[in-house]
Design a protein around this ligand. Sequence first.
Ligand code: URP
Ligand code: ZN
Ligand code: ZN
Length: 477
Amino acid sequence: MALLIQNGEIVTASGRQFADILCEGETIQAIGKTLPVPVGTEVLDATGCLVFPGFIDPHVHVHLPFMGTSAKDTHATASKAAVLGGTTTYIEMCCPSREEDPATAFHLWKKKAAEGSVCDYSFHLGVTRLQDGDADALRRLVHEEGVASFKVFLAYKGAFGINDEELYQTLKLARELGVIVTAHCENADLIAERQAELIKQGKLGPEWHEPSRPIEVEVEGCHHLMTFAKLTGAHVYVVHTSCGEALNVITDARAHGVQAWVETVIPYLTLDSSFAEKPNFEGAKYVMSPPIRDRHQQEALWQGLRSGTISTVATDHAPFDFATQKHMGHPDPAQCLKADFQPNGEAGNFSLIPNGIPSIEERIKLLYTDGVLLGKISLETFIAVASTNAAKLFGLYPKKGEIAVGSDADIVVFDPKPTSTISAKTHHMATDYSAFEGRRVSGQIRDVAVRGRFVVRSGALVVGEGGGRYLARPCTH
Ligand code: URP
Ligand code: ZN
Ligand code: ZN
C-alpha cells in the first residue's frame, strides 16, 4: 500500500523543507508540497513534527561472546530497541574468536540476525586472525556476500586482537579489494602491563579501568594504525574515539594523505570518567573500552562533529547485565561471580568486568537533547553524523541515510515537544540497567518505517520479530 506523510518538516544532512513524502512499496516515489493523494493511500499527518531519514548505527554488538560471557541482547530485542530509538539500520561487528574460520563465523552471525531483526542490518567482518586460507575466505565473502568493511582490534590480546603482521596483511588485502577497515585502536601490551601493575597495587575497582588504558594508550593505537594505513594505502575508520588527543593524531595523518575517518559513540558525549567512580560497584556499569574520559573531552568531540573531523556518532552497543555479568569483576570475593574461576576464591578486579555499555535505544534522543538542543550541533549535522555519513562510508547511500526519490522508505517522524525520562524499567534492551538512568530527554520517536513498513506507531512497537533485511554492500573504497 502507498503511504503519504503530510505536513512535516523534512530534515536531511543537506537542508530542511516543508514537504510531503509519497512512498510506494519499499521506496520513496515523490517529494513535494501538497502532493495529490492516490486512491488507497494511507495518510500520516506529521504536523508539528520533524521528518528524518532512518538513522544508521554503524557500530553495534548483538551476538558477542566476550570476556567469558555473552552479550545479553538477541537481534529481536536489540532491533526492537533500535527502531523505538529511531534506528532503522545497524551494522553489527561480526567478532569471531581466533579458533573460528571467517566464513563459518560470518554465516553464524548472519543467521542470528535473520532470525530476529525487525530493522535492516549488515556486518563489519572481524578479521581476528589471518592464517593460511583466511585471505581467500575473506575475498569470497567480499565478492559473494557483499561484505564491504572489515574490523580489526589492536586491543584484546589473546581474544580478538591481531598481531602486526596480520594487521599489515589485512590492510593490504583491504586495499586490493576496496574494503574499508574499521579499527579498535588501543595498544594491547601497554594495557596488559598497566592492568598487572594496578592489580598488584590492590587497585581493583572499576575506577581503575580508565588509568589502565589512559589517553596515551589510545593515542598510540591510533598512531599505529595510521602508520600501517599510510604504508598500505588502506582506507581506515577508527571506531569509538574517546578524546581530542586521539582525534588530533588521525586529523594529522589525514593531512599527510592517510585515508582515515573517525567515529565517536554516544557514551563519550554524554558521560564522563566520574561515573566509573560511583560507589557500591555501580561504576562497573560504565566500564567500556577505550574508557570514558574526563568531562572536558566532550567539547573536543562536539567540536570534531561540528568541523566534520568526526564523521559518525554510533553506540558501540554492548549489552551486559550489571547483576550477573558486570559482577564478574567485583573486588569483593563474596560478590565476585568470577570467584569460581579464581584460585582460592580470590577477589575479582576491573580487568574482569565485561567491557561495554547498552545504548542502541537512546542514541538519537541523547544526541538530539545534548547536541541539537544545547546548540552543540545543527539539525543537519545531527542527521549527517547519525545517518547519512555512515551510509556514504559503508556503501549504503543513497538507498539509506537520505530522503530522496528512489531511496528506501526508512523514515522517522519525530515530535520535538514531549519529554521523557530514561530508565531500565521502561527500556527494551535486554539489560538490567541503563547507563542513562533518570536522564530527561526531549522529543518522541513517534512513527518509524523500515522500507515503507511501519515498525513503530505513536511511540509503540507494532511488529513482531523479523522482517529486517541483510544489506549486501558494494566496495566503495
Ligand atoms: O567496551 C567496549 N567497547 N565493548 C565492546 C567491544 C568493543 O571494543 O567494541
Ligand atoms: Zn572496540
Ligand atoms: Zn565495539
